[in-house]
Design a protein around this ligand. Structure first.
Ligand code: ADP
Ligand code: MG
Length: 358
């Protein structure tokens, strides 16, 4: 089983993967008896540890190609690296900026993914997130008036992205943060590269919050992806799949305790500019696409379980690529599952004992 618990954020190492080759810990190539070749790689990118496992005759070459792309995307999409393409956009003072097709595409695709998400996903939240100190670690609780002012800068409808000329324009004062979608997008790009090499299967763990399983597992079984218990050390359960992306967003991934004794998490409600505080501990979604899963898990965390159910049943969910299943882990210890998730998810530990409450 692939464990989500072995990965986590380590802010002390939050530098571009390209610049720190020493953090590429291992490339292990082995032969699984009687099966396809296996190549495995651990790397630090996008502020997290990733683990990529690939099966197939050209597993090693395929993996090297995927690694290159992930590091390249990390360099382009980082909001904290001043030389990234994203920073050039954020410092452009309203001028259009020429970027790579990747950067234009991830913004374009994220805006499309956000269309049915009722404003819950906003790439332009960065000024608000900075005010809370989430990107710098200098945490503080901004005053209500300050948040009101900053919220005037939050409006994804004002992002201009042209995927023909690969230009992005953002009104002065506004700034983008792609933290909600970058890992999912990178997962899709890595998957496409691996598939070009005709690999037989892979498991891409992009830092536990986005995990994609695809193709055949050498033992012929289904892929098993553990869902961490966000309130403890153990697991909430296991998702079994023939191939899918499993994406999780949680309030315990990054948070601080304010002077008022309350905890404040890194996912913000775009309506209030305040950290989400709606009784949800974490939400996990199963999707086909990495970008959609990453966007969706963040948005559902903001929206909560009731609105998630409405979205699940709504007509604007009809395109095939937008299908999803969800699992909410609530602060009161209850679980809320979509109908299809009940087939995929087996609860463990305290969740198995109490039973999964709908
Ligand atoms: P993780 O980074 O743990 O995978 P998410 O995919 O849920 O978590 O992304 C959370 C990040 O997205 C935050 O750290 C912040 O940079 C950004 N963010 C926070 N709130 C929102 C929001 N409502 N819409 C879009 N991005 C957000
Ligand atoms: Mg996300």
């Amino acid at each position: 089983m692939n464990s989500q618990a072995t990965f986590g954020k380590n802010k002390g190492l939050g530098r571009r993967g390209k610049l720190i080759p020493a953090l590429v810990f291992a490339l292990i190539l082995s032969l699984v008896p009687g099966c396809a070749k296996r190549a495995r790689l651990e790397l630090f990118a996008m502020d997290t540890y990733m683990e990529l496992t690939v099966y197939g005759n050209k597993a090693e070459e395929a993996l090297a190609g995927a690694e290159y792309e992930i590091k390249d995307l990390d360099g382009k999409l980082s909001a904290t690296d001043g030389s990234s393409e994203l920073s050039r956009i954020n410092l452009s003072n309203g001028e259009p900026v020429s970027v790579s097709s990747d950067t234009a595409e991830v913004i374009h695709n994220a805006l499309i993914a956000a269309e049915p998400l009722r404003g819950a996903l906003q790439l332009t939240l960065r000024p608000v997130s900075l005010a809370w100190g989430f990107t710098t670690g200098e945490y503080r609780i901004p005053a209500e008036e300050e948040l009101e002012e900053l919220l005037k800068l939050v409006d994804d409808g004002r992002i201009r992205v042209d995927v023909g000329s690969n230009t992005v324009a953002l009104p002065e004062g506004m700034a983008l943060d792609l933290g909600s979608v970058a890992k999912g997008y990178s997962c899709d790009i890595a998957a496409a590269i691996l598939q070009k090499y005709n690999v037989s299967g892979f498991l891409l763990n992009m830092g536990s919050s986005t995990i994609m399983a695809w193709g055949k597992k050498p033992d012929g079984g289904r892929w098993r992806i553990a869902v961490r218990d966000p309130a403890g050390e153990g697991y909430a359960g296991v998702i079994e799949t023939d191939g899918a992306c499993v994406s999780t967003s949680g309030g315990r991934e990054r948070f601080f305790t304010g002077e008022d004794g309350n905890t404040y998490c890194h996912i913000l409600d775009p309506e209030t500019g305040r950290p989400v505080d709606n009784g949800v501990l974490a939400v996990t979604v199963v999707t086909e696409s990495g970008l959609w899963g990453d966007a969706l898990s963040t948005a559902l965390f903001v929206m909560g379980a009731e609105k998630a159910e409405e979205l699940y049943n709504s007509a604007d969910m009809s395109p095939e690529r937008r299908r999803f299943e969800y699992l909410f882990i609530m602060e009161d210890g209850s679980l809320v599952l979509s109908p299809g998730m009940e087939e995929l998810f087996t609860p463990l530990g305290r969740f198995a004992e109490g039973g999964a409450a709908q």
